[in-house]
Design a protein around this ligand. Structure first.
Ligand SMILES: [Zn+2]
Ligand SMILES: [Zn+2]
Ligand SMILES: [Zn+2]
Length: 423
């Protein structure tokens, strides 16, 4: 992955190809397809080499409670020259977002952050999703007409574009839940509470003034919640403190939805991986991808080294689907991924990666990552082996470390989130 750094030392990932015109977050070597077998999925338009960055997607929205003083509250990116909102001092703006109309409404809701943190996060995420819907259309009638049309169209259509707010909203709306399980009994109550909070704002009640439009808003909440509950991804870090029951206290620092990241299917022999950093979702190719081949990631890196029965059991219980990926279907692929490749195993670079267990500085981190990608490139003709898996797994670990270093590690209030007092 090519990276450039600006004065503030924030790394900016870049696509390794020109962006796609309709899907600017995608390199123009990818397309989204849609069929019965795979649903919406991502396919290569041409051969793609190992190490290529093929997606850099700004999260559709995110909630970064712990990072709110370091990131722009509109784009969730860490940038220079942040200024707090004059009114709530709860949201920071970068120069280009100052006075953003979203925040007019959020501002009045923000100070009610007190209380259960996870519910507060959930609340902000739902409200932001509704504001994105409202902002995408000129008026409420247009929004209602658009939602009616979306509901009557093919539920699993592939998006035609993601280059403007309306098509992004349509694509968000169309993200299908992969299961109807895990229904939270208190959900209707929570939805109603958030709905009341939003409709209680005079700016909102002026827009949704008729009974019919209020009913519409309530339904919209319900739909958004289903999509969000299914597709939200979260990063958390351990505070190092123990809770009442001696459990590790963990703190979320980002909840996010990336529309395009949601289109990648799972495979137990993934040829790409997605990492999240600084409000961006980045996809990089791990194994050579042929033209017309699907790009797959793993939904759970923990399962990669497990045999088929365990993987299938884990995927079923966590993600409610029966995996039918190539590795699960082809016994020879399964055995090669569990077998050792002596050439890689004896490669000094491979050994050096797994000798250096702890990473204390950014330079070491970067060289480990470069070595891992170097090996994946060098041995790209090796179909699969236990070593290839270990290298891929090490990249997941490094990605997690990178996120933590870039966020939690240098946070001014690490571990003390619950002690912060607000003005
Ligand atoms: Zn901004
Ligand atoms: Zn404010
Ligand atoms: Zn599988």
């Amino acid at each position: 992955m090519e990276k450039e750094t600006d004065r503030s030392g924030i790394f900016e990932p870049k696509l390794d190809y020109a962006p796609n015109e309709m899907f600017p977050c995608f390199a123009d070597v990818l397309k989204i397809e849609n069929n019965h077998q795979h649903g919406r999925h991502v396919v290569a338009k041409e051969d793609i080499d190992v190490g290529k960055t093929v997606m850099v997607d700004q999260s559709y929205f995110a909630e970064t409670f712990n990072l709110k003083y370091r990131r722009c509250g509109i784009f969730f990116r860490e940038v220079e020259n942040l200024k707090p909102c004059n009114k709530c001092t709860f949201t920071m703006f970068c120069p280009r977002c100052e006075g953003n109309s979203f925040h007019d409404i959020e501002c009045d809701v923000n100070p009610t952050y007190f209380g259960c943190l996870s519910f507060a996060s959930f609340r902000m995420v739902i409200i932001r999703s509704i504001l994105l819907a409202m902002n995408a259309f000129d008026d409420i009638d247009q929004l209602i007409a658009a939602v009616e049309e979306i509901l009557s169209s093919d539920a699993v259509e592939a998006p035609e574009s993601l280059s403007d707010p309306q098509s992004k909203y349509r694509a968000f709306f169309k993200l299908q839940p992969n299961s109807k399980e895990n229904v939270d009994e208190k959900l209707p109550q929570k939805i109603y509470l958030i709905y009341r909070l939003l409709i209680g704002q005079s700016k909102v009640s002026k827009i949704f003034h008729s009974e019919a439009s209020k009913r519409f808003l309530m339904h919209l909440f319900g739909h958004h919640v289903i999509v969000i509950k299914n597709w939200i991804r979260s990063d958390r870090y351990k505070t190092g403190r123990k809770g009442l029951f001696n459990e590790d206290i963990e703190v979320y620092y980002e909840h996010r939805i990336s529309i395009t990241a949601s289109y990648f299917n799972h495979s137990c022999s993934p040829n790409a991986y997605i990492t999240a950093q600084n409000g961006l979702n980045i996809a990089v190719v791990l194994r050579p991808v042929r033209k017309n081949e699907q790009l797959c990631v793993t939904y759970d890196e923990q399962i990669l080294m497990k045999p088929k029965t365990e993987r299938q059991r884990d995927l079923q219980s966590k993600f409610k689907f029966q995996c039918k990926c190539d590795r699960c279907k082809q016994p020879q692929l399964e055995s090669s991924t569990l077998n050792s490749n002596l050439r890689i195993k004896l490669d000094p670079i491979f050994q050096s990666i797994f000798e250096s267990r702890s990473v204390h500085d950014y330079q070491t981190f970067l060289s480990l990552k470069a070595n891992a990608f170097g090996l994946l490139k060098k041995y790209k003709k090796v179909a699969w082996s236990a070593e290839v898996y270990r290298i891929i797994y090490s990249l997941y670990t490094l990605a997690l470390m990178e996120t933590e270093t870039a966020t939690a590690g240098s946070m001014p209030f690490t571990g003390h989130i619950f002690n912060i007092t607000f003005d």
